[in-house]
Design a protein around this ligand. Structure first.
Ligand SMILES: NC(=O)C1=CN([C@@H]2O[C@H](COP(=O)(O)OP(=O)(O)OC[C@H]3O[C@@H](n4cnc5c(N)ncnc54)[C@H](O)[C@@H]3O)[C@@H](O)[C@H]2O)C=CC1
Ligand SMILES: O=C([O-])C1=[NH+]CCC1
Length: 323
């Protein structure tokens, strides 16, 4: 039998199309379920009727010296028959092009034939904020009224949007950037950011805040323990390499630390490795009810990003577009 030429049988889904259907409403529920499936896959036996099977190795990376890295993030989610990999680059010194660039490839799980390629920047941007929202829903101490965002780039914007959409209790969002004019630009971007104020210092931004999001490209701590209100919840989203940190090691050691993947954190997170903080749980274990949400204590969700989040986001896009 002659081999069929298949190169034109899969779709490319553009950023515009991804954004048109990937709402936070759908995404937050899907990411929450994905985080739960991921954590369940390692703790349940094959006999368990609720067993889930998610095969997601820690991402592999290759470095481009002094510039950045390329990460490869594959996953298979048996329950959804999703076979997906994201390829993502992070070049923190990029000035006029985005620092993160990505593509998400989806394959047919029964044949391995490519099904679709999706713009991965938009997926990364939104699913990361969705994961922080999930952690905050579980770990925040009551309804948050003050949110502090450290950093004012792509993730700062998606976190602002996702948090304001989810937490109607928010009265004020404070933003800080190491270049103060960038924080002002962020706060004044348009009238929808009426609740947003630019702060001159990290301390001004985080003092008294109920929830803090760190989304910088810094490789050394910007958030110090003495400024954080006891009982606050922190989403540590940056510092994805073992030698980088965004959070004061004293804060890491004194807080209850949750991660997306324990295995990933112990290989990739400088915030965890350099501080030698104890990892209490994966956030998926809290979602599954197998670990406690210590809402009365200061909590850190150390997010590194997982393929399972990309895969559930890609599923929403393909389902919504009927592809
Ligand atoms: N956990 C996850 O799933 C993901 C994490 N990330 C991480 O989140 C962070 C932010 O990503 P994006 O917003 O996409 O990047 P971006 O490049 O759009 O923004 C980075 C921000 O960090 C600031 N910054 C740069 N150097 C700094 C320094 N030395 N000190 C303080 N601030 C500094 C920049 O001014 C900018 O506001 C990065 O560390 C990135 O790798 C990104 C995607 C997914
Ligand atoms: O999960 C992800 O895509 C990334 N985490 C850190 C850089 C990109």
């Amino acid at each position: 039998m002659a081999m069929e030429h298949r190169s034109s049988t899969f779709e490319f889904v553009t950023a515009e199309k991804v954004l048109s259907v990937l709402s936070y409403k759908l995404l937050i529920d899907a990411v929450e379920r994905g985080l739960g499936l991921f954590s369940k896959s390692k703790s349940s036996s094959g006999q368990d009727a609720n067993r889930s099977s998610v095969d997601q190795p820690v991402r592999t990376t290759v470095a481009v010296p002094n510039k950045g890295f390329l990460g490869c993030m594959p996953v298979y989610i048996e329950a959804d028959e999703l076979l997906v990999t994201k390829l993502v680059t992070f070049f923190p010194k990029n000035e006029n092009v985005p620092t993160h660039n990505a593509v998400v490839a989806v394959f047919h799980a029964n044949t391995g034939v490519p099904r679709a390629f999706l713009d991965g920047d938009t997926i990364t941007t939104r699913r990361t904020a969705a994961a922080s929202v999930v952690a905050t829903k579980h770990l925040a101490n009551g309804k948050p009224t003050v949110l502090a965002i450290l950093g004012s780039g792509t993730q700062a914007a998606s976190h602002y949007e996702a948090f304001c959409e989810t937490f109607s209790s928010l009265k004020q969002v404070r933003v800080w950037n190491h270049k103060p004019e960038r924080a002002k630009e962020f706060a004044n971007k348009d009238e929808r950011r009426h609740n947003c104020v630019a702060c001159e210092s990290v301390e001004d931004a985080v003092r008294g805040a109920d929830v803090i999001v760190t989304v910088t490209s810094s490789s050394s701590p910007v958030l110090m323990a003495q400024w954080v209100k006891p009982g606050a919840h922190i989403n540590g989203v940056g510092a994805c390499r073992p030698e980088w940190a965004e959070i004061d090691p004293n804060l890491m050691r004194s807080a209850v630390v949750y991660v997306d993947s324990r295995e990933g954190a112990l290989q990739e997170s400088g915030d965890v490795l350099l501080s030698k903080a104890e990892v209490y749980a994966e956030i998926g274990e809290v979602v599954n009810g197998t670990k406690t949400a210590h809402t009365d204590k200061t909590t850190v969700f150390k997010s590194l990003g997982m393929a399972v989040e990309d895969a559930v986001a890609a599923k929403i896009v393909l389902d919504e577009l009927g592809l």
